[in-house]
Design a protein around this ligand. Sequence first.
Ligand code: NIG
Ligand code: FE
Length: 391
Amino acid sequence: MSVVIENIGQLVTFDPTEPDRPVRSGVALVIAEGRVAWVGDTAEAPAADTCIDAEGAAVIPGFVDSHSHLVFAGDRVDEFEARMAGRPYTAGGIRTTVAATRAASDDALRDRLRHLVAQARAQGTTTLEIKSGYGLTVADEARALRLAREVTDETTFLGAHVVPAEFAHDRAAYVDLVCGAMLAACAPHARFIDVFIDSGAFTVDEARRILTAGRDAGLGLRVHAGQLEADGGVALAVELGAASVDHCTFLTDDDVDLLAASARDGAGTVATLLPLVEFSTKQPYPDARRLLAAGVALAIASDCNPGSNFSSSMPLAVALAVRELGMTPLEALAAATRGGARALRRPDVGHLGVGARGDAVILDAPDYRHLASRPGVPLVRQVLVGGEATQ
Ligand code: NIG
Ligand code: FE
C-alpha cells in the first residue's frame, strides 16, 4: 500500500539528515508500507496506490505526546474551579482519582481511555505515552498498564505517583512494594518507569531506589520533577540517564547546566515542558529561552490527566509554548514532535524524513505557524498513521 500527498503548501519534515531545511515548499510526500518513502518536487512524484490532494495546506509530522495519564475514573473539575479561584495545586487530589479508579470496572476504564485517545488523535497526536499511577495496588497498576498497552506501545509504570492512603503511616513499606511485587507485575506491560518527585509524593532518595529497581528490571527511566519547587529530581534524572525529566517548571542554574551537559552526550535526558499544566494550575510558566540558550534538549507534551491538566491538545500546548514559554513557532513544533520522540527514544517518529513512520497531519491552514496564532481553532484536517487515514 502506498499513498502520495500532493499539492502540499508547506511541508515540515524535521528530517534529521537535513537539519538546515526543516520546512520545504513545492514538494510531495510518498508513504509506502507504512514508512516515508520519498519526499521531493511535486512534478517528479512517483505514482502511488492512492493520492491525497492537500489543496495547498501545511503538512506536519504527527505530534508525539510523551506524557499523559489516561487510565482513570472519576472527575475533578471541582478542583479545577477552585484553582481558578486561587486555591493552589497539590498532589493530594491524586488520591481522589485513585479511589474512583480502583472502584471502576475494566470496561469502564477501557471505554474512557479509548475515548480520550480518540480525542488526542483527532488533534493530531500519532504517538502517545500513557502512564499508570491511579491504581497503586499490584493488581490495579498492572490492570492500568494492560489497558494502556491495548492502545499504545509507549506505556510507563508510575506506581510511585503518591503514597496511597493505606500506607500513609508506613511509606517505606509502600516503596518496598513498588520495587518488589508491583514492579514484577507491571514490568512485562511497561517500557518505562516513572516517579513523581515532590514534597507531596516521593523524595529523591526514594526515587533513586525505585528508578534503580526499574532499570534493573529492564525499564527505561522517566521522572516528574520541579513541578512545584526545585526539588533535586533533575540531578537524579540526569545521573541515572533518564530519557526525560518532566515539568521542569522550577530549576536551579545547576539543573540547567546538568541538562545541557547531558544533551551534549547525544542520548541524554530531555527536559519535557508541560505548559498546559501551568495553564490549568496558574503556576508560573517555565522559561524555555533559558533552556534553549544553554543547549538543553526540549520536548513539549500534554500531561493530560484528571487533576493538574485535563487537556490533551498538542496544538494548544504549542500555542502556549510560543505565547508563554518564549519559543518560536518552529521551536515549539519541533519540541512537540521530534522532541517528544527523543524523550521516548523513538528515532522513527516525530519527523518525516525517508524511513520514518508515515505519521503526518494535514492542517486546515497554509502555514504551521497558524497552530500558534489561532489557538482553540480546529486546524487538524486529516491524520495519517503509518500512511493510513484515521478519520
Ligand atoms: O503530572 N504531578 C503528578 N502527576 C500529574 C498530576 C496528577 C493528578 O493531579 O491527578 C501531573 O501533573
Ligand atoms: Fe504527569
